[in-house]
Design a protein around this ligand. Structure first.
Ligand code: GLA
Length: 320
């Protein structure tokens, strides 16, 4: 069985998944394909040596002990901030499910791919990337609510309004990325507990007056980002792209100043895009390097980067 799954770009709602909040990713038009067959012993072949722990993590999470040959073919660009790891784990999960006739639901496959990364690889990510890969819709963004687990499609075809979304890969990945990510997650959970909330995304403006210092800054990002996600969905529905751009840029400022997960290269990418005439720009994904996105009107040339569109194919796709 060959299955493929897309990479993702998050439009807004950053660092909200593990805080029980809202995110708005698009599954993009770059995919990873995985071919799985029965074999005498388990073997993983991939052009990227880093793939193996993710693949084995999915097999363990699915409780599969049959020997399988797993071949990773074309991939989402690796290390470019498009979440190639989620495209990989989701492609593997779907292909193995079909080959062995496991009959797992999308929610079960999602849980297995998240466990592969959290438990087996040991990175405490929040689940947005896997949800985008497994639940993405053609020509739509996905409004993911990590409070109630819902996922709703939101039309996303800026190209029809003469705009394009450009990804700028800074090409840097700072060494503190993984440890700082885990630290943000832990410290947000601690603030939520202090405030008596199940998740920090339940915090209100009123709660902000009960805390100070770092706790205040982190919480202020979460509270204001939640609002920006809703506002961006409304602005996109109304075709108000100027407002969409403004909200993207405001999200970046909040990630830079309050959540403190940006870096000089990301700030420079955002400043350069805005100076070139982008309607808005922001870092996307975990931060400390990786990618920024910028929304450009027709006729304005992006100084750097490559355009991405919402996926034009079904989110996951398997053929025998
Ligand atoms: C990474 C993680 C996601 C999410 C983002 C930040 O991409 O994999 O789960 O937390 O960072 O929004």
């Amino acid at each position: 069985v060959t299955a493929s799954a897309p990479g993702r770009v998050n439009l807004i709602g950053e660092h909200l998944d593990y805080n029980g909040g809202l995110c708005l990713p698009i599954a993009v038009d770059r995919r990873t394909s995985v071919t799985v067959s029965r074999a005498p012993s388990t073997r993983v072949t991939s052009a990227h040596p880093g793939a193996e722990p993710y693949v084995r993590g999915v097999l363990t999470a699915l409780g599969v002990d049959e020997p399988l040959e797993i071949m990773v073919g074309d991939t989402v660009p690796v290390g470019a901030g498009l979440s190639s790891s989620a495209a990989l784990t989701c492609g593997v999960a779907v292909a193995v499910d079909r080959l062995l006739g496991l009959g797992r639901s999308v929610s079960e496959l999602l849980a297995a791919t998240i466990a592969a990364e959290n438990v087996h690889v040991g990175v405490p990510t929040g689940g947005m990337d896997q949800a985008a890969a497994l639940r993405g819709r053609v020509g739509h963004a996905l409004l993911l609510d990590f409070d109630d687990g819902s996922a709703g499609p939101v039309p996303w075809v800026p190209e029809e309004s003469g705009l394009r979304l450009v990804v700028v890969d800074t090409g840097v990945r700072h060494t503190l990325a993984t440890s700082a990510y885990a630290e943000r997650r832990r410290s947000c959970e601690a603030v939520a507990e202090r405030l008596g909330l199940p998740h920090l995304a339940h915090a209100t403006e009123g709660d902000l007056s009960r805390i100070d210092g770092v706790a205040l800054r982190r919480t202020r990002h979460v509270v204001t980002e939640q609002r920006r996600v809703r506002d961006l969905v409304a602005a996109a529905a109304a075709g108000d792209w100027t407002e969409v751009g403004r909200l993207m840029t405001a999200s970046h400022a909040s990630l830079r100043d309050d959540y403190e997960v940006s870096c000089a290269e990301l700030d420079a990418a955002v400043d350069q895009a805005l100076a070139a005439g982008a309607l808005g720009a922001r870092m996307t994904g975990g931060g400390f390097g990786g990618c920024a996105i910028a929304l450009y009107p027709e006729g304005v040339e992006a100084p750097t980067g490559f355009p991405v569109r919402a996926s034009r194919a079904a989110s996951v796709d398997a053929t025998t």
